[in-house]
Design a protein around this ligand. Structure first.
Ligand code: LMR
Length: 343
């Protein structure tokens, strides 16, 4: 071995030892004197969606504000980890940041199902009151105890129902198999109360499951229905706004603790700014994507009247008791206080 090669090998071994000694993810090929920090940010939706756009914007701003010292690598569309894998990958430090739907966090921490309770929220403003208030604080603390740091809550929007078969009245739910996000008894419960069946599936599996007839129904926001083209397979759309789809941005706590203070400040401030922006984008995009779906001419849409909403709500109400039986009474009481609800 030439002397040159020997020194190069030695340098590589030293770098490996040094970078292996702390929790920070560093991109070995890029390791430089500034000790670049790499944050792998994995998510499951398209880049064009509110979450996808916000992840990219966050990455660009952090890079700019840290002078390239922090590189946020965004992996959209389940290309790195899919539903069911993301939370584990985060706790093992295989990725440093994820932004799962609150429902998916509920797979490990069931009280996160509070955001899935049907007809709990009637506007984004109400959702934000709960996310950013006492309930959000309690949920964040719960994660902190498990070494998961929650740094923001992002929006998608209210969920609508899409089906391959006509659905015009409550009785039509009978016999329809609905895809539900894994990890929540509340969502399964709400459909079962309406007489439907449920099949928990990851987001990446939904299109194929619809194509193969494994499921006929799904619930999702307009931006997800549009970006994944579910409307091509499901010509019936019910504008029900029965539940809410939101996200929590999570960071591996050991990784977070290993970051220099100045970097933490930049990340937190940038995240706050992006969260503000993301919520505005989400509202506008869901409205625009609903328009776009209707304009395709491929779906027949049905808007629930206030009376129908009330009937659906009554039928789904028992899932509130299920949530309380999971130990959610206090959290639900806090949410009701924040929302000034009587029921
Ligand atoms: C879904 O699985 O339907 C959604 O949670 C996907 C997402 O992250 O918006």
């Amino acid at each position: 071995m030439s002397i040159n090669k020997f020194f190069r090998c030695l340098l590589a071994i030293i770098l490996l030892l040094v970078t292996g000694c702390h929790e920070r993810a560093t991109d070995l090929e890029q390791v430089s004197y500034e000790d670049r920090i790499v944050i792998k940010f994995s998510h499951v939706v398209a880049e064009s969606t509110p979450k996808g756009q916000a992840a990219n914007r966050f990455a660009a701003l952090v890079k700019e504000r840290t002078g390239g010292r922090v590189e946020v690598q965004v992996y959209p569309n389940s290309v790195l980890y899919k539903d069911g894998e993301e939370m584990e990958a985060l706790s093992k430090g295989q990725v440093q940041m994820i932004a799962p739907a609150t429902a998916k966090v509920a797979e490990r921490y069931p009280l996160w199902q509070i955001f899935d309770l049907p007809f709990l929220f009637f506007s984004e403003e109400e959702v934000h009151r709960v996310m950013d208030g006492e309930v959000g604080r309690q949920l964040f603390q719960m994660l902190e105890q498990h070494r998961v740091k929650a740094i923001a809550m992002w929006d998608n929007g209210f969920k609508q129902i899409t089906t391959t078969v006509p659905l015009r009245q409550l009785e039509d739910f009978k016999g329809i198999k609905f895809r539900v996000m894994p990890g929540s008894g509340v969502r399964e419960g709400q459909f079962r109360r309406l007489g439907a069946e449920t099949v928990p599936l990851g987001f990446n599996e939904v299109y194929k499951a619809l194509e193969e007839g494994m499921v006929q129904g799904t619930e999702n926001s307009a931006s997800n229905i549009y970006s994944k083209k579910f409307y091509e397979l499901q010509p019936y759309l019910t504008i029900s706004n029965h539940g809410y789809l939101g996200y929590v941005v999570l960071v591996n706590a050991s990784f977070w603790d290993s970051l220099p203070e100045d970097i933490k400040v930049i990340i937190e401030e940038t995240m706050e700014e992006v969260t503000h922006w993301q919520r505005e984008v989400a509202t506008k995009q869901n409205a625009a994507d609903l328009e776009a779906i209707l304009k395709t001419g491929k779906v027949e849409a049905w808007w629930l009247t206030p009376e129908e909403k009330e009937r659906w709500r009554q039928m789904m109400m028992p899932v509130y008791r299920d949530f309380e039986n999971l130990g959610g009474s206090r959290l639900l009481a806090s949410a009701r206080r924040e929302l000034e609800l009587e029921y």
